[in-house]
Design a protein around this ligand. Sequence first.
Ligand code: SAM
Length: 231
Amino acid sequence: PPLYKQRYQFVKDLVEKYKPKKVADLGCADCSLLWMLKFCSCIEVLAGLDICASIMKEKMHTLSPLPVDYLQPSERSLTVTLHHGSVAHKDPCMLGFDLVTCIELIEHLEESELKKFPEVVFGFMAPRIVAISTPNSEFNTLLPGVKLYRHPDHKFEWSQAQFQSWALETARCYDYSVEFTGVGHPPAGMEKIGFCTQIGVFVRKYPQTGESIQSEKPTEAVYKTVFKAVY
Ligand code: SAM
């Protein structure tokens, strides 16, 4: 399967493993991953965030309930919400999540946004699990036609050492553990190059109770809700 499908499948497997009830996808783009996740029966709240409203709106209708969802209502309730905003800003609508995914997001952030990102995601949102994927620049020599970066909008692409030192420092700072994996295997004999897409899975070390969070973190709403569906 193509690499993006392998990344989505990785998230799906993570959902099957940890059974989160509330999942937020940051940099959700055209909502393809959210659409896949709506079939995971453990999920009751799904939220997407993107800085680009038009790309989110392209296929957001696919997140609406179908006639069959009304004819055969399921036991679980599901709410899907899309927000327009930046991961550089805190908004209380992102509190209380169990899993936050950032798939191919960080390499699109400007330096100033990347600086604020850890405090927003790990400090403020503080979900139990965070999954971050980003290109592994060491793999680029194996990709035909790639000169500097894989995509013109990438602000950087990190080697394994660069990503791991950023992730380890972030984890240490916000009291998470982090493990590294990826998708897209290197050819046999070239294992040192690592995965084509590198992934860090962060798990919060300290417990947190769902109810107390909101009141402890008074913040003004800054994101704009562009879509909401209740199943
Ligand atoms: N996660 C999707 C996937 O894996 O298919 C899309 C990844 S796309 C390469 C990166 C997305 O991040 C774009 O949709 C872009 O608009 C969004 N983005 C860039 N900067 C952002 C920011 N500061 N806050 C939220 N989203 C941002």
